[in-house]
Design a binder for this molecule. Structure first.
Ligand SMILES: C[S@@+](CC[C@H](N)C(=O)[O-])C[C@H]1O[C@@H](n2cnc3c(N)ncnc32)[C@H](O)[C@@H]1O
Length: 284
């Protein structure tokens, strides 16, 4: 089985730590994703929840407020600095919340078994996804639910397409890699992921592309700075050792395109997301 050390390194590097620097912007923009995760997974008071790849912990905190009274939540991440940050943000005002440094592909997670396992953009990075979801499933209660949010393909997803175009124009392209390789777009092929979840032993597996809007009160330059510093632009900047001036140029490009999404209530960027749900019906 391949390990996930490269992901642990990436998410602990300067590129990964931008998720802390832009935390406020990201959590505003991605709150629509949390809403969809809540709608798909229907967390109940008293349930025990696992958040995979919690990052800075916004989704953990959202779910913690949906399982009171009596519920608890475990949040795991492979990046020590992101996990430490999530832990420092925990307000302790809602459900009991525990944070663990873990590779969800291989590790036994304290707090198992779980009624519900969720992830906002944290489950597309496994080197061996069938093993990973097999390991996760074994830590779920019989009849437990799994709900994942991931990105659909770049085309039609301006959040990815625009900064990628800007960074490619400024610096160059990323190598033509396997479109399903571990990474932010690793789950863009919903049928393939449905197959992975079935191979990992899940049943009632559904994969669907949904339309959402990433919204932010603005101004547009904050949102553009965010999109220019994470995702594909970040990976291109890392590959070409991009400078602060390169980031400024990419951000200028993104601002010019994101203006199209500006309205009275701020910025509304249409997004295609792949959502997955599945059950652990293994009653053994
Ligand atoms: C795109 S970020 C999403 C963070 C957070 N869920 C959010 O939406 O803000 C992906 C997260 O998955 C974590 N991650 C990647 N591979 C992992 C693994 N094998 N086990 C646990 N966490 C992992 C990364 O460290 C990172 O924090």
């Amino acid at each position: 089985m391949q390990d996930n050390q490269a992901q642990a390194d990436y998410w602990s590097s300067e590129s990964g730590l931008k998720w802390i620097a832009f935390e406020t912007e990201l959590d505003l923009a991605f709150s629509a994703v949390d809403e969809a995760l809540i709608a798909w997974s229907a967390p109940q008071p008293g349930e025990s929840v696992l958040d995979i790849g919690c990052g800075t912990g916004a989704t953990t905190r959202t779910f913690a407020s949906h399982v009171i009274p009596g519920g608890k939540i475990c949040a795991v991440d492979i990046s020590p600095p992101l996990l430490r940050h999530a832990q420092s943000q925990s307000d302790g005002a809602t459900a009991e919340t525990r944070y663990y440094l873990a590779d969800a592909q291989t590790d036994q997670i304290p707090g198992a078994p779980f009624d519900l396992v969720i992830s906002r953009f944290g489950s597309m990075f496994f080197a061996d996804p069938v093993s990973a979801f097999g390991n996760i499933r074994q830590q779920m209660r019989p009849n437990g639910r799994l709900v994942l949010a991931a990105w659909a393909k770049v085309k039609g997803n301006p959040w990815f397409e625009v900064p990628k175009d800007g960074a490619t124009e400024q610096l160059g392209s990323l190598d033509q890699s396997d479109p399903n390789a571990p990474g932010p777009l690793g789950f863009q092929n919903a049928d393939r992921v449905v197959g992975i979840l079935k191979d990992a032993g899940f049943q009632n597996v559904i994969g669907e592309t949904i339309r959402a809007h990433l919204t932010h009160p603005g101004p547009v330059d904050r949102v553009a700075a965010l999109a220019s510093n994470i995702g594909p632009a970040a990976r291109i900047l890392k590959k070409y050792n991009g400078t602060a001036q390169d980031i400024d140029e990419i951000t200028r490009y993104v601002i010019s395109k994101f203006r199209d999404f500006e309205g009275e209530k701020g910025i509304r960027i249409p997004a295609n997301l792949n959502f997955f749900s599945a059950r652990n019906l293994d009653l053994s």
